[in-house]
Design a protein around this ligand. Structure first.
Ligand code: GLA
Length: 387
C-alpha cells in the first residue's frame, strides 16, 4: 500500500469508528416509552410464574404471564375515559391451570389441526399426540400454552416496552422430531399495537406453525355478544373443511358465501345460514387465505360501534383462523366472575394453513436445521372518531 492509500485507509477506519460511537450514543439516548411491571402470579406444577404488566404512554396496558406466554388482559382506549379490557381470560393462575380453550396462549408447535396426528418427513412417519378426536390440535396434550417460558423484560430499538419469552421444546415432545428453540417477543408500541414476533430454530427437520389464541370482544371481555361486531377481511379465498375440521385441500372463493367479509359486515350476518361449511364449524372456524400478508397494511379490521374500539390486525403469515367462539359453552367463569357463553368472543389466529404437513399444495411449514423460522403479527387498537 503506498502512503496516500495508507492515510486514506486510516481516515476511513477513524470515520467508521466515530460513526459507530455516535450510533451507540444514539441508542443510549432511546428512553423506554412505557413500563413493564413484574408481579407474582402463583405456582404451576412446573414452577413459579409471574405476570408482566406492560403499559405505554397512551394508557394502553397488556398483561402477559410466562405460563404459556398467555396474554391475560388487553386494556385499550375507547369511547369512555376508562381503558376497556377486550381479551377473555382469568383473574388468576388457577383458571389457566384448569380446562379452558387456550385463552390468550402461545400455540405450538403447530397451531390448529394435523389430520390423524401424523406426518411423514423423508420417509419417517411421526405420531403426534391426538387430542381432538382422531386429530392433533394446537400442539397436543401439553402444548406451548401450558409450559413455563423463561421471561425477560426488554426494550425495542424505538424504546417500546417488551417481554421476551424463550422455550426449548425437546426432541420428541408431543411426538415432534427435533429440539426446537423458540423466542416470542411481545412489544407494546406507542401506536397502541401489541406486536408478537416469533423466531425458532431446530436441530432436525420438523414442522412449526406458531400463533396466539387471544379471544377478543371489543365491547369488553364481560360482554356476551360478539355477533354485532363488524369485520372486514382481505381474503378472497378460504380452505373448506370436512366434518372434523380438516381442510379438504381446496381453496374456495368466499364470494357469494357467508365467508365473504371483503366489505364491512356483521359477524352474525351469515353465522346461522344453511351452509354446510358453517354447519361443520358450528359457525366460523375456518382458515382464510390472505390476499396480501403485510406488517404495514392490516388484513383485518374489526370494529364495534358500541365501544368505539377498532382492532386492526397485521401479519406476515399466509393465513388466519377466524373462529367465532362456537365451542364456548358457559363452562368457563372468567375475569370478574363473567360466564363465557357461546360466541361471546372471536379469535383471529394468524398462521400457516391447518394440516399443511399433509397437504402438498399448501405453503410448507417445514423447518430445517440452519434455517430460522420468523413470523410477526400485530393487533392494533384505535378509537372511532366521534362526529
Ligand atoms: C381453534 C380451533 C377450534 C377450537 C378452538 C379452541 O380455533 O380451530 O376448532 O378448537 O381453537 O377451542
Amino acid at each position: 500500500m503506498n502512503t496516500s492509500y495508507k492515510y486514506f485507509f486510516l481516515l476511513a477506519v477513524i470515520m467508521f469508528g466515530c460513526g459507530e460511537k455516535k450510533k451507540n450514543m444514539d441508542e443510549q439516548k432511546v428512553k423506554l416509552k412505557g413500563t413493564v411491571v413484574k408481579s407474582d402470579f402463583g405456582s404451576a406444577p412446573d414452577g413459579k410464574v409471574d405476570l408482566y404488566t406492560i403499559s405505554n404512554e397512551n394508557g394502553m396496558t397488556v398483561a402477559i404471564t410466562n405460563y404459556g406466554g398467555i396474554v391475560q388482559s388487553i386494556k385499550v382506549p375507547n369511547k369512555t375515559e376508562t381503558p376497556l379490557d377486550v381479551a377473555l381470560g382469568f383473574d388468576d393462575l388457577s383458571g389457566y391451570l384448569g380446562e379452558h380453550p387456550y385463552f390468550g396462549g402461545i400455540i405450538g408447535r403447530y397451531g390448529n389441526r394435523i389430520a390423524k396426528g401424523k406426518f411423514t418427513i423423508d420417509g419417517t412417519t411421526y405420531d403426534l399426540a391426538t387430542n381432538n378426536g382422531p386429530n392433533h390440535l394446537h400442539g397436543g396434550t401439553k402444548g406451548f400454552d401450558k409450559v413455563i417460558w423463561a421471561a425477560e423484560e426488554a426494550m425495542s430499538s424505538e424504546g417500546f416496552p417488551q417481554l421476551k419469552l424463550a422455550y426449548v421444546s425437546k426432541d420428541g415432545e408431543e411426538g415432534y422430531p427435533g429440539e426446537l428453540s423458540i423466542e416470542v417477543v411481545y412489544t407494546l408500541t406507542e401506536e397502541n399495537a401489541l406486536q408478537i414476533d416469533y423466531t425458532a430454530n431446530t436441530d432436525k427437520v420438523t414442522h412449526v406453525n406458531l400463533t396466539n389464541h387471544s379471544y377478543f370482544n371489543l365491547n369488553g371481555a364481560d360482554s356476551s355478544d360478539v355477533l354485532n361486531h363488524e369485520m372486514k377481511l382481505r381474503a378472497s379465498k378460504y380452505t373448506p373443511v370436512n366434518e372434523l375440521l380438516i381442510p379438504t385441500g381446496e381453496l374456495a372463493d368466499v364470494a357469494n358465501t357467508p365467508f365473504d367479509f371483503s366489505n364491512f359486515s356483521k359477524i352474525g350476518r351469515g353465522i346461522e345460514r344453511d351452509d354446510e361449511q358453517i354447519k361443520f364449524g358450528g359457525g366460523y372456524d375456518h382458515n382464510y387465505v390472505l390476499d396480501e400478508p403485510s406488517m404495514s397494511s392490516p388484513f383485518a379490521t374489526v370494529r364495534s360501534h358500541v365501544s368505539g374500539v377498532i382492532m386492526k390486525v397485521y401479519t406476515s403469515e399466509p393465513g388466519v383462523q377466524f373462529y367465532s367462539g362456537n365451542f364456548l359453552d358457559g363452562s368457563n367463569i372468567g375475569k370478574g366472575g363473567v360466564v363465557y357463553g357461546k360466541r361471546s368472543a372471536l379469535c383471529l389466529e394468524t398462521q400457516h394453513f391447518p394440516d399443511s404437513p399433509n397437504q402438498e399444495a399448501f405453503p410448507s411449514t417445514l423447518l430445517k436445521p440452519g434455517e430460522t423460522y420468523k413470523t410477526s403479527t400485530a393487533y392494533k387498537f384505535e378509537v372511532m372518531p366521534t362526529l
